[in-house]
Design a protein around this ligand. Structure first.
Ligand SMILES: [Zn+2]
Length: 289
């Protein structure tokens, strides 16, 4: 008799436990959804653009094929509601690459390097170091010559980028599809040129902040810092991503530490380009790129 009573008691306990568990699930569901809605609302502009990518990429190119293109340069997605800035260095690798890398390492910042094909083969050690230290390597053509790139066939730019991509892939086993065209995409990259980039599955970045570093002597490096400082608040107001154009030059090396300090003090994290969170930023506002 005692045993029956005990079994009944256990049965009652089990029933009451399952009822309370159900009610927990029932009340948690809306809260769970709610937290996701909150998550959506705190996504930064950059991330929002990044999430739009699959609507804008060409038909037939699935999300998974885009993701798999990222190759071994995949980065951890930046946390939501972080202020993100992208430092970009064009025309290397070259004799200033290692100093730039030292500064970035010292300041715990990551960057994106747009490289020229003959410079990759000429500076293999540098390009290996760029990759190993977690920066993104993107494509900046073979000839860097406006007459060769933009005169003649509208296929020329895509072909030079493809050659650069293959060389990079053969040396580093990375698969990069981000390009920056020499001298910027306006006015050169008219629709036929852009169509070819799309066919080759490239993405194209210009910049939102021009440091104008190439214009100045090393002794004038503070002007480069000031160019960045005056531009960042304006670009913030326009709610555009912060993509800063720089080159591998001695004056840039001098200016770089203070540029990084300024951005960090303003709350930015300096991350490399992330193909899985692609941000559309080109002068034509071509959403395919
Ligand atoms: Zn260039």
């Amino acid at each position: 008799m005692k045993l029956v009573r005990m079994l009944f008691f256990i049965f009652l306990l089990a029933v009451s436990f399952s009822i309370s568990a159900t009610s927990v699930i029932a009340t948690e569901s809306p809260a769970f959804l709610h937290s996701h809605l909150n998550f959506q609302s705190v996504i930064s502009d950059n991330t929002f653009l990044a999430l739009n990518i699959d609507n804008t990429s060409e038909p037939g190119m699935s999300e998974s094929s885009f993701l798999s293109k990222a190759g071994s340069q995949q980065q951890k997605p930046a946390a939501e509601n972080q202020k993100i800035a992208y430092l970009t260095f064009d025309d290397g690798p070259g004799k200033y690459t290692s100093t730039i890398l030292d500064i970035l390492k010292n300041k715990n910042a990551k960057a994106t390097f747009f490289v020229v094909e003959p410079h990759i083969t000429a500076n293999k050690n540098s390009i290996v170091r760029v990759k190993n230290e977690g920066h993104y390597i993107a494509l900046h053509s073979v000839t860097h010559d406006a007459r060769k790139l933009y005169k003649g066939s509208s296929m020329n730019v895509a072909k030079e980028m493809e050659t650069t991509r293959k060389t990079l892939n053969s040396i580093l086993k990375v698969n990069s599809y981000l390009v920056r065209v020499p001298y910027g995409s306006k006015p050169y990259m008219t629709e036929p040129f852009r169509d070819w980039l799309v066919k080759y599955k490239f993405k194209m970045w210009d910049w939102t902040i021009d440091s104008n570093d190439w214009r100045y002597k090393t002794s004038q490096y503070t002007t480069i810092i000031n160019n960045v400082k005056t531009s960042v608040p304006k670009v913030e107001k326009q709610k555009k991503p912060i993509i800063i154009l720089m080159h591998e030059r001695p004056q840039t090396v001098k200016a770089l530490p203070q540029i990084i300090d300024y951005l960090k003090a303003r709350g930015y994290v300096l991350v490399p380009y992330n193909p899985n969170q692609h941000v559309i930023s080109n002068f034509w506002n071509d959403s395919r790129l």
